[in-house]
Design a protein around this ligand. Structure first.
Ligand SMILES: [Zn+2]
Length: 334
């Protein structure tokens, strides 16, 4: 690996403290079998303030209350994974932040971490011993780690009592992955004006022709508004030119691609900006997984360009389930 540096000792106690924070809450996970917790910590790029947040995997309240924990939503479980939960709940920009996790992470969370600008991940050593991991080790090693390698995310096995870190993958802090399709951002002076937002969204959509995109209005800490626009894109660090073979042959149920709505969620976290509920437009129905995460992010309504189009049949199924229970509303905006 050309980007790897020599194994430098990590002197800060922070990952051990934060891992403890995750371990302390792991048993509060509502999941009966797979109890997982994570803690995210970093320094906000704009304010310089340190922040941290810890979460378990969980069912977003509206899903827990109205659908319950047994049913699948489309082909997705109704849970938000702990790592992704931390990213969407972070009180500061996640760009450059670190994550402590009780267990090895799935490829979807790996893609989310890359998109959210996470630079270091610490996994509790006990996480490698559990049965759950044995069953999922293949996806972790084959996909999650490959995604981290491309994105320049350092990964460590962490031993709490011994305060020891074993590098699994290590990058220089200066390493920057190639980025050929960043999320577009544009200042939006009209603020939360729905009519003007929808006019802007249609104009952006026409510039992108028939491509699948998502557009959202976001607000930063100073109250300024911006419009974010994202296309479908491979996980950060992958390029269609160089990595087409790998992208075209993913492992099992996972894909190396990130869908536009999910990218918007992660990019908003990366920059520490908040998505305005009711100001989210997608040209197609998001995937089932995206719709669950959108619910977890506290959004309640979406505009959709074409309600009959989606990556697969599960997006519209999830849409119907969430709509019927009054969890998410969908307005067609052709
Ligand atoms: Zn995950």
């Amino acid at each position: 690996m050309p980007h790897q540096t020599q194994k430098t000792p990590v002197t800060t106690a922070t990952p051990f403290i934060r891992m403890q924070q995750a371990v302390d809450i792991v048993n509060t996970s509502p999941h009966p079998a797979n109890k997982i917790a994570a803690a995210l910590f970093g320094r906000d790029t704009k304010t310089g303030k340190e922040f941290s947040v810890s979460r378990t995997n969980y069912w977003p309240a509206p899903i827990f209350e109205k659908i319950g924990t047994e049913a699948r939503i489309g082909n997705a479980s109704g849970t938000v994974h702990a790592e992704t939960a931390c990213i969407i709940a972070a009180a500061g920009a996640t760009d450059g932040a670190s994550l402590c996790i009780t267990d090895p992470f799935c490829p979807n969370c790996a893609k989310n971490m890359a998109e959210a600008g996470i630079k270091a991940v610490y996994i509790d050593h006990k996480g490698f011993k559990k049965d759950f991991v044995a069953r999922r080790a293949h996806a972790f090693e084959d996909m999650s780690m490959r995604i981290c390698e491309k994105a320049g995310i350092s990964v460590y096995e962490l031993w709490r009592k011994e305060e020891r870190l074993i590098p699994i993958l290590q990058f220089a802090p200066s390493y920057a992955p190639p980025e050929d399709s960043p999320v577009e951002k544009k200042p939006f002076d009209a603020g939360p004006d729905k009519t003007k937002f929808l006019i802007a969204a249609k104009s952006i959509q026409s510039r992108h022709h028939s491509r699948k995109i998502a557009i959202a209005l976001v607000k930063d800490a100073s109250g300024s508004h911006e419009i974010l626009t994202a296309r479908t894109h491979p996980a950060i660090g992958y390029t269609m030119k160089a990595d087409l073979g790998e992208i075209e042959s993913p492992q099992g149920k996972y894909s190396f691609m990130l869908e536009p709505a999910g990218r918007i969620l992660m990019h908003a976290a990366r920059r520490g900006v908040k998505i305005a509920d009711g100001f989210f437009y997608a040209t197609q129905v998001p995937t089932a997984r995206e719709l669950v995460n959108i619910t977890g992010a506290g959004l309640t309504s979406l505009y959709i360009g074409d309600l009959s189009k989606s990556r697969d049949e599960y997006g519209p199924q999830a849409m119907e389930e969430l709509k019927e229970k009054g969890i998410l509303s969908f307005t067609c905006l052709p």
